[in-house]
Design a protein around this ligand. Sequence first.
Ligand code: ASP
Length: 323
Amino acid sequence: MKKVLVINTGGTIAMSTDAQSESVKPMDDHVIEKIVPFLSGYADIKMLNPFNLPSPHITPPIMNQLRLFIEQEMAAGSYSGVVVTHGTDTLEETAYFLDLTLPFELPVVVTGAMRSSNELGADGPLNLISAVRVASDPASRNKGVLVVFNDEIHAARHVTKTHTSNVATFQSPQYGPIGTVTKKAVSYHHAPLDRECYKVVHADANIPLVKAVAGMDPRWLTFLLEEPIDGLVVEALGLGNVPPAIVPVLQQVLAKGVPIVLVSRCFNGQVQDVYDYAGGGRQLKDMGVIFSNGLNGQKARLKLMIALQHTCDPAELQGLFDH
Ligand code: ASP
């Protein structure tokens, strides 16, 4: 039987609903262990609980700690795959961080739950079973980190949380899931064309993410000029344009040698230097802003954090974001 390592990090899948207050919180440290007998039909499970955090408490340094933990455990045991259980709020960020930094061909699958363990229709147990099935399937090898949720398999690079409460919250806008999990099989419809993997030492760069809005006031950003920031990600409008009032601040940020990565607040498509007006993509490109390749803001921030450990050269950074 295949051996699968399950690493629990917390989130709703590890929480319960308190009957009196009707609030959801961690109440029983062994909630996920209770699912193990149902997993044993699919794989030989080793379960570890390095931390139990709601995912808004997860930080990039914790993601990096998790990456190291997985590497150490994988070196110590002979596993067919790894499953990470995680809160859904920042699940896509941890999944993408691991995707960019884990050098494995073996499947690494991230899952969680939208409903706590004792709610009617709790989705955690089935998501975990599906994740174990995907992690132990040889067809899942070399596809990057996968997110398995609600019978679908998504690539970490494209998946995002799209609904506050629905169990079908994880979607890959523009691309769709790469596979499905049915009662009988794990099946893939397509696969990522290539993979990116970077060595990472730390994950503590200070990189704010700001969202452009109509009528944006530059004073919302000027304080950043006094802050020790390592980079800045701007979630621009549409094809990659910003209100002209913030351009002078962006110019000053760049003049300090701080790289700016541009993404779109649209959840489909890529940013491009097409519009040639004040604040348009052409002006931003000419200023030296790095255009990202369809990543959302939260993922571009993590990628910049990792990329800056390899180069600070704007042209090389652009090359990494063209990938
Ligand atoms: N707020 C929870 C968390 O991310 C949501 C979840 O796990 O579904 O930890």
